[in-house]
Design a protein around this ligand. Structure first.
Ligand code: GDP
Length: 305
């Protein structure tokens, strides 16, 4: 995903290594190259500005470590600032002391929520949990079927509206998603599932109904985690979309999906910084095993490698 960005930053640092001492002009030239590389990768302008400002200030101040030459020093600063943008520490799922732990998924249609539900379920099962998937995406009749397919692959049961309620392939709502979500959590408690994953409806764009429905589901189920799933390929729209979901649903964490794509992806890298919410997972393909815990430090190293 970040090959071009990675290549450009590597080249910038290579140029720097040929220099012994770094003048202010050297540092400014480097900062300019970093800025261009980040902007070309679609990183949000506000994030780039803050990032380059911090790198410049630290590089110019006498942050000297005996073991590192000036170029290595700059690379170290860039690395640390990049880790900061990506959220700093690795943040894992928070489990409720009073099970079931409720995880609600939110995001635009096509972001990868249903696939993520299966990935999470599989990963949780491998860790000894007993997840239940809840089909509260009733906007598209197909979504319930799709969750069923994913759940079967993950080996986890699904709580869904009664099949008789499912309409044909129309846009009509086939049940009350808030009631399904609430009943799903009650069902999990009764059947002693220790985790509930609620798949919710998305739209192609942000709309008021979608946001209201998501926040109603949130209020009805009091989730321990609300994960906002964002397609890393959507480019600059990522930041506006994330902000809209932050205001509308107030998520607790982010999942970057489709990180296997070859789009520029920098906007997705801005989401943690812009919303102040950590990135918990990365989705890297269509298979249920294409899924990993997001480590800000490892991602920064991968980009700067
Ligand atoms: P939803 O509408 O948010 O539930 O999105 P889906 O889970 O249905 O995913 C939409 C499409 O993206 C499907 O074709 C998925 O197979 C695909 N998809 C989901 N996650 C990934 C991923 O990490 N990488 C790739 N390449 N495709 C993905």
């Amino acid at each position: 995903m970040f090959n071009t960005l990675s290549d450009r930053l590597t080249q910038t640092f290579k140029n720097l290594r040929t220099k012994g001492r770094l003048s202010e002009a050297d540092i400014d030239a480097t900062i300019r190259e970093i800025r261009r590389a980040l902007l070309d990768a679609d990183v949000a302008v506000s994030v780039v500005r803050e990032f380059t400002g911090a790198v410049r200030e630290r590089a110019l101040s006498s942050e000297v470590s005996g073991a590192l030459n000036p170029a290595q020093q700059v690379v170290k600063i860039v690395n640390e600032e990049l880790v900061g943008i990506l959220g700093g520490e690795t943040r894992t799922l928070r489990f409720s002391k009073n099970p079931p732990t409720v995880i609600m998924l939110a995001g635009l249609q096509g972001a990868g929520k249903t696939t993520l539900a299966g990935k999470l379920a599989l990963s949780l099962r491998e860790q000894g949990h007993t997840p239940l998937l809840v089909a509260a995406d009733l906007q598209r009749p197909n979504a319930v079927t799709q969750l069923g397919v994913v759940a079967e692959r993950a080996g986890a049961p699904v709580f869904a509206p009664h099949p008789g309620n499912q309409g044909a392939e129309t846009d009509t709502v086939i049940g009350d998603p808030v009631a399904v979500a609430r009943d799903g959590v009650a069902h999990a408690r009764a059947k002693q599932h220790d985790v509930v994953i609620i798949d919710t409806a998305g739209r192609l764009g942000i709309d008021e109904l979608l946001m209201r429905q998501a926040s109603d589901i949130r209020d009805a189920t009091n989730p321990d985690e609300v994960l906002f799933v964002i397609d890393a390929m959507i480019g600059q729209d990522a930041v506006a979309t994330a902000k809209a979901f932050e205001e509308g649903v107030d998520f607790t964490g982010v999942v970057l999906s489709k990180l296997d794509g070859d789009a520029r992806g920098g906007a997705a890298l801005s989401v943690a910084k812009v919303t102040g919410r950590p990135i918990l997972f990365a989705s890297t393909g269509e298979k249920l095993t294409d899924f990993e815990v997001f480590h800000p430090d490892r991602m920064a190293s991968r980009i700067l490698d």
